[in-house]
Design a protein around this ligand. Structure first.
Ligand code: IMP
Length: 194
């Protein structure tokens, strides 16, 4: 029998990609597919807290197993900011360009450019909570390079690579990304239940 698992997202691209990796032992459903159009709160002060809030909301309302993700860019010299506030760092407008400008301004003249992307997935399976984390270490370069990807990609150069995320073909980024690492851990866990 196939188990239904809700992914608290409306990003069908993410959903299809993860379904492909999981195989047919779990059947993923998006929020839209279960008829959920609510504005789910993301008010926790940590990535773990926000991922859990989203998963809990669905579990409590629909009584179904589900998982949710949350991602942030953590800059060492900025004490881990923007972190959980990555999407709305410069303003509530979710403006990628303004967010990058703010980081570059804050890091002007700063030698320590170390940063990392961190994704946390919270899974609620039969009332138990499980977390999966994916991290990519790298640095914030001083000016934008590349036009692919989204968010902070033009100024983030992963450790061991010459290119920023925004200069990499999407397929390459998606193989090494923080999200991919977290999803792979989730999938390994789900497959171990088979
Ligand atoms: P979310 O939790 O996946 O919605 O990510 C929150 C925010 O983190 C996004 O709005 C982006 O600003 C940033 N972010 C997440 N993943 C990436 C990425 O792969 N590249 C660049 N920025 C990202």
């Amino acid at each position: 029998m196939t188990n239904e698992l809700i992914f608290a997202t409306n990003n069908l691209h993410k959903l299809t990609e993860i379904q492909h990796i999981i195989g047919d032992s779990f059947s993923l459903r998006s929020l839209q597919q279960i008829g959920c159009f609510d504005d789910i709160p993301e008010t926790a002060p940590t990535l773990e807290g926000n991922a859990l809030l989203k998963a809990q909301y669905i579990f409590e309302k629909y009584g179904k197993n589900c998982f949710a993700d949350d991602t942030g860019l953590e800059v060492e010299a900025l004490d881990g900011r923007p972190g959980v506030y990555s999407a709305r760092y410069a303003s509530d407008g979710h403006d990628f360009e303004a967010n990058i400008d703010k980081i570059l301004n804050e890091l002007e003249g700063v030698n320590n450019r170390k940063a990392r992307f961190r994704t946390v997935i919270a899974l609620i399976l039969n009332s138990s909570v499980h977390y999966f984390e994916g991290i990519v270490n790298g640095e914030i370069i001083s000016e934008r390079k590349g036009s692919k990807g989204f968010g902070y990609d033009p100024v983030f150069k992963p450790l061991g690579y010459e290119n920023t995320f925004a200069e990499m073909p999407l397929l390459e980024k998606n193989k090494i990304s923080h999200r991919a690492l977290a999803v792979n851990k989730l999938v390994d866990f789900l497959n171990s239940l088979k």
